[in-house]
Write a protein that binds this ligand. Structure first.
Ligand code: BGC
Length: 243
């Protein structure tokens, strides 16, 4: 079965048709910068543009950078505040004319990693952390997702962890890999103390540069890099879009 997977991020909206049995993108991804301000109407138009680019008339799954409860956005850390309370699934279905399901973007990436990547076949507690503009988390026990954990917003020294350990924080404060790597380690150590994962999978854009920061990570849990790097968001969104 083919599902159009769309990963909505704070800076870019990316999509590609996905073979959901193989967990593979069928074409190169198509990316459009996230409209600014990222209000519901303009984001929905961008999602529709991606669907039109592929002349799509089948099911669509979207990963969205917020807590998403039954299609409704509940938070908005890196997206316009107007999203809070918006039925994203209904809005995107109307804009594209296709059936659309929407889930949290880190949950989407986690689903892809568990099905086809670094978490394949892993029982116990697996924590997927996506490190990009935001800090996303997906928590699995024996392969089953507990959605919308939002552990990127725990507090460290009275600050939102996202402001310390995201890739945006590294760029904003022009941190060396060593300095940032240690901040990421502080965050992961706190997380470890809260959920005691057997495995941590690190994903998101920065995971490609893992050689630069892995030496600074001291968590006890086994820690690996996401296998599909940044494509997990699109592949997992497609998995969630199955009607
Ligand atoms: C949001 C999460 C999202 C993460 C990654 C955070 O700011 O609260 O919902 O998963 O960013 O995009």
């Amino acid at each position: 079965m083919q599902v159009l997977g769309i990963d909505i991020g704070g800076s870019g909206i990316k999509g590609a048709p996905v073979d959901i049995e193989k967990g593979e993108m069928l074409t190169k991804r198509y990316r459009i910068p996230t409209p600014q301000p990222s209000k519901p109407k303009s984001v929905a138009e961008t999602v529709a543009k991606i669907a039109r680019h592929y002349a799509w008339d089948g099911p669509i799954g979207c990963g969205f950078p917020a807590a998403v409860q039954h299609g409704i956005a509940r938070t908005a850390a890196n997206i316009h505040q107007k999203w809070i309370g918006t039925d994203a699934a209904a809005l995107f279905s109307e804009a594209t004319g296709c059936p659309v399901k929407v889930i949290n973007d880190a949950d989407a990436a986690g689903l892809a990693e568990m099905a086809f990547g670094a978490g394949q076949g892993r029982m116990g507690v697996v924590l997927v952390v996506t490190v990009g503009t935001g800090l996303g988390t997906a928590l699995f026990t024996d392969g089953k997702l507990l959605p919308n954990t939002e552990l990127g917003h725990i507090e460290i020294d009275c600050e939102d962890a996202e402001l310390i350990a995201s890739d945006a924080a590294r760029l904003r404060d022009e941190l060396s890999w060593k300095k940032w790597g240690k901040q990421l380690d502080t965050y992961l150590t706190r997380l470890e103390g809260l959920v005691w994962p057997d495995l941590i999978i690190l994903g998101g854009g920065v995971s490609k540069k893992y050689k630069k920061f892995m030496p600074y990570l001291t968590v006890q849990a086994e820690i690996v890099i996401a296998e599909s790097f940044n494509e997990a968001g699109i592949i997992g969104a497609a998995l969630a879009g199955v009607p």
